[in-house]
Design a protein around this ligand. Structure first.
Ligand code: ZN
Length: 683
C-alpha cells in the first residue's frame, strides 16, 4: 500500500473491488451533450434533481455482478481498462524486438494471467517469508520481522513512510503512524450493534478458513480457530489504540514532531533501532509521530501478546496481503468475505480485469506511459489548462467578494491561490522501473518486488527535498486530487475524457462536469483541512481569529445539512467526516458557475437553448450526470463509515438545494425540496 496520507481525492473507489463488466448502456446525447436518455422527466427538477438528471440511467444500469457500485466513474474506468488490456496483451507477446517497458508490463500481466501456474506453485512463493516468521523465537525479533515484511509491501502493526514535514513541506520526514488492522476502519472492531457483531463473526470465520487453507497447503494441521481468535484480539487492540477518522481530518491532530530518541519512550518493548536500521533508509533523527498515543498503547499490546500470537498475526498479514496472487482457493475466500459479505458484490471480477488492475498498481507509470500514447490527445490537455485558468480566476473573484473575510486574511488567500500549481494528464518525467525484476512465471514474486521497489523509493526520500512533480495517481486513473503540502491540483489523463470532458459537448455541459471537478479540487485548498496549510504547503494558521470563526460557522451549516442525509435505512452520513468533500463540491460548482456567467456575459459562449435547455440548465445537468450511480446497500454502509465523499445522490441534491442560481435556472419555488430553507455556503 502506498502512502497517501495527505492526498485529497475526488472520489473513493472501493479498495477491494476489481473493475467492472461491460454494461449494455448507450448514452443518448442531445445536441448539447446532455445525456437525454439518462433523464427521468416524470420527476420535476425542483423535487429531486438527481432523479430528474439520472433516473433513467439508474434504471437502465443495474450493478454488474462483479461490482458493488456502478456509476459514471466506473463506466469510464472500464473504458480505460479495456485500453490498458489491449496494451498489455500486445506487450505480453515475447519477441526479440520487445521494448524494456513492454517486457516489464507484458510479463507482469502474463504472470498474473497464468492461473494454472499459480495454482501449481501453491504457497511455495511465500514459503521463505513464512519460514522467516516461524523462526522468530522472541518478541525482541518482532521489529526485524515487521521491517522485513514492509520491504515486500506487507504492512503490519503500524505505518512507516516518508511524507512532507507538516511545518516545512519542502523536505520529507520519516513518519510513524497508526495502522496494522485488516478491516476498513477501527469502528468495525469496536461497534456493538448487531450488524457489526455479525460482520466480526464473519471476519473471524474468514480468518479460520484462510488459516485452514494455509495448513492444507503446507501439509500440516493446527488450531485455525485459535489462530483466528488471536488475530482478531490483536487487531482489536490496535483498533482501540487508533484515532478515529473524523479526528484525523484535523492535520494538527497528526502533527507530533519528535526525534528517534523519543521512540523507545513511547514503545519500550519494540526494538526501534533494529527496525530503522533494517529498513535501510538514509540516516535521520527528526521524525513525525501521527498518533503518539497509539505507540504508547502498542507497548502494552505487545507485552500482553505471546510470541506465538505475534507470529500468527504476521502470518495473517502476509496471507491477506498475498491472497490475490495465491491459488484460486485463497482468491475465492478473500472475495467471499471482503467483496461479497462486506460490500455486497455478487461475483468475482474476471481474471483479466484483476490483472490489468494489478499491473496498474505495481508498474503504473510504465503502463500509464503507453496509455497516454494511445488515449490522451493534445486538445484535452489544452482544454483542461484553459479551464483551470478560468476556475482560478473565479476563485480570485470569489475571495474578493467574500463579505465574511477581512482584508488581512484575503491577502493571504490570494497568495495561496497564486501559488497553486496545476498538473494535467501525466508526469513530466516517467518513473524508471529498470531495477524491478519481472518474471513471466512468478506473479507473487513480481508483486513483492514491485511493492518493495515503491517502499524503498519512498523511504529513500527521508530528509530529501520534496519532488512536487511526482504523481500519486497513475495516468489511466479516473480521479483527481489536491495535495495540501504541495499545494497543487492534479488531473490524470484518465478523467479528462467523456463524460467529464467531452469535446463534442457544449461548453456549458463541460463546465458543469470537468469545470466543477476543477473547482472542487481548487476549493480543497481552502476547505476545513486545506485552509490550515499555506501557499508553500506548510501547516500554518494564516487566518485572523474572527475569520476562522466565520469559516467554522459556515462549515457547521454544511455539517448539519449532510448529517441529515440517509443513504440506506438506518444509516446517516457523517457530516464531519464528509465536510471537506462537501465543502469542495459546494464551492467548486460556484467557481465553475461564475466562469459560465463570465463567458455568457462577454459572449464567448452563445446564450442559446439546446435540446430545450438554457446554458444554465445544461450546466447543472452536466454536473449532475457525472454522479449517476447505483450501489449495493452493503457498500453504502461501508462508505457511510469510511468514505469522506458523500454518495452521488447527495453530491448532487445536497449541492443544488443550496443554490439560488439553481432555483432560478429551473424556476423552483420556496418550499420545493430542492430549495433549502437553510441554504449553506462556505465558498
Ligand atoms: Zn475532493
Amino acid at each position: 500500500m502506498r502512502p497517501r496520507l495527505f492526498v485529497i481525492a475526488l472520489w473513493t473507489p472501493l479498495a477491494f473491488t476489481a473493475l467492472a463488466q461491460v454494461p449494455s448502456y448507450e448514452p443518448q446525447p442531445g445536441k448539447s451533450g446532455v445525456d437525454l436518455g439518462a433523464m427521468d422527466t416524470n420527476v420535476s427538477p425542483c423535487t429531486n434533481f438527481y432523479q430528474y438528471a439520472c433516473g433513467n440511467w439508474r434504471a437502465k444500469n443495474p450493478i454488474p455482478p462483479d461490482q458493488s457500485r456502478w456509476g459514471r466513474f466506473n463506466e469510464l474506468q472500464l473504458r480505460n481498462l479495456q485500453i490498458e488490456r489491449e496494451i498489455l496483451e500486445k506487450a505480453a507477446q515475447a519477441s526479440p524486438s520487445r521494448s524494456a517497458i513492454d517486457q516489464k508490463i507484458g510479463d507482469f500481466y502474463a504472470a498474473c494471467m497464468d492461473e494454472k501456474g499459480i495454482d501449481q506453485r501453491g504457497v511455495a512463493p511465500i514459503q521463505p517469508t513464512l519460514d522467516s516468521i516461524k523462526a522468530m523465537d522472541s518478541k525482541e525479533q518482532l521489529a526485524a520481522q515487521v521491517a522485513k515484511l514492509k520491504l515486500i509491501g506487507v504492512n503490519g502493526v503500524f505505518g512507516f513512510f516518508a511524507v512532507p514535514d507538516f511545518k516545512d513541506a519542502s523536505v520529507n520526514i520519516a513518519n510513524f503512524d497508526q495502522g496494522g488492522i485488516s478491516l476498513p476502519d477501527r469502528d468495525y472492531y469496536l461497534k456493538t450493534d448487531q450488524r457489526s457483531v455479525d460482520l466480526r463473526k464473519a471476519y473471524e470465520q474468514h480468518l479460520v478458513v484462510m488459516f485452514d487453507l494455509l495448513a492444507r497447503s503446507l501439509n500440516t494441521t493446527w488450531d485455525s480457530k485459535a489462530k483466528a481468535a488471536a488475530v482478531l484480539k490483536f487487531e482489536t487492540a490496535l483498533a482501540e489504540a487508533s484515532m478515529d477518522r473524523v479526528l484525523r481530518r484535523n492535520p494538527e491532530s497528526r502533527n507530533h514532531p519528535m526525534t528517534t530518541k523519543d521512540l523507545p519512550g513511547l514503545t519500550p518493548s519494540f526494538q526501534w533501532t533494529a527496525f530503522i536500521s533494517d529498513e535501510h533508509t538514509p540516516s535521520f533523527t527528526r521524525i513525525n509521530v501521527g498518533n503518539p498515543d497509539f505507540f504508547k498503547k502498542l507497548n502494552g499490546i505487545i507485552e500482553q501478546t505471546s510470541t506465538d500470537d505475534l507470529k500468527t498475526y504476521l502470518t495473517w498479514r502476509l496471507l491477506h496481503s498475498s491472497a490475490s496472487a495465491l491459488p484460486q482457493a485463497f482468491v475465492q475466500e478473500n472475495f467471499q468475505f471482503f467483496d461479497k459479505t462486506l460490500n455486497g458484490q455478487k461475483e468475482l471480477a474476471p481474471r483479466w480485469k484483476r490483472c490489468v488492475r494489478a499491473t496498474d498498481s505495481a508498474l503504473g507509470e510504465a503502463l500509464g506511459q503507453k496509455f497516454v500514447e494511445v488515449a490522451f490527445s493534445g486538445p484535452a490537455k489544452a482544454k483542461a489548462l484553459q479551464l483551470v485558468g478560468e476556475i482560478e480566476a473565479s476563485m480570485k473573484q470569489d475571495i474578493e467578494t467574500a463579505t465574511w473575510m477581512s482584508d488581512a486574511t484575503k491577502q493571504q488567500a490570494y497568495a495561496k491561490l497564486a501559488a497553486v500549481s496545476n498538473k494535467i494528464g501525466y508526469p513530466e518525467k516517467w518513473r524508471d522501473y529498470s531495477t524491478v525484476v519481472v518474471k513471466p512465471d512468478d506473479f507473487l514474486g513480481n508483486e513483492e518486488r514491485a511493492a518493495g521497489f515503491e517502499v524503498r523509493r519512498n523511504l529513500s526520500k527521508i530528509g530529501k527535498p520534496v519532488d512536487k512533480s511526482e504523481w500519486v495517481m497513475t495516468p489511466p486513473t479516473v480521479n483527481a486530487y489536491y495535495n495540501p503540502p504541495e499545494n497543487n491540483i492534479n488531473f490524470p489523463a484518465g478523467i479528462l475524457q467523456p463524460p467529464f470532458y467531452n469535446p463534442k459537448a457544449d461548453d456549458a455541459v463541460n463546465l458543469g462536469a470537468i469545470g466543477v471537478v476543477v473547482g472542487h479540487e481548487l476549493t480543497h485548498g481552502f476547505d476545513d483541512q486545506g485552509r490550515k496549510f499555506d501557499g508553500d504547503g506548510n501547516l500554518r494558521d494564516w487566518w485572523t481569529a474572527e475569520d476562522a470563526k466565520n469559516f467554522e460557522t459556515r462549515a457547521e451549516c454544511v455539517v448539519n445539512e449532510y448529517d441529515s442525509f440517509s443513504p440506506v435505512d438506518g444509516v446517516q452520513l457523517k457530516g464531519k467526516l464528509t465536510l471537506g468533500e462537501n465543502a469542495a463540491d459546494n464551492g467548486g460548482i460556484h467557481l465553475a458557475y461564475m466562469a459560465l456567467m463570465r463567458n455568457l456575459a462577454d459572449k464567448t459562449m452563445p446564450n442559446t437553448k439546446l435540446d430545450g435547455f438554457t446554458p444554465e440548465q445544461q450546466f447543472f445537468l452536466g454536473f449532475a450526470q457525472v454522479w449517476c450511480e447505483n450501489a449495493t446497500d452493503a457498500s453504502s454502509r461501508v462508505r457511510a463509515m469510511t468514505d469522506p465523499h458523500s454518495p452521488g445522490q447527495f453530491r448532487t441534491n445536497g449541492v443544488v438545494q443550496n443554490m439560488m442560481e439553481f432555483e432560478q435556472a429551473f424556476g423552483c419555488k420556496e418550499g420545493d425540496p430542492m430549495v433549502s430553507a437553510k441554504a449553506c455556503r462556505v465558498w
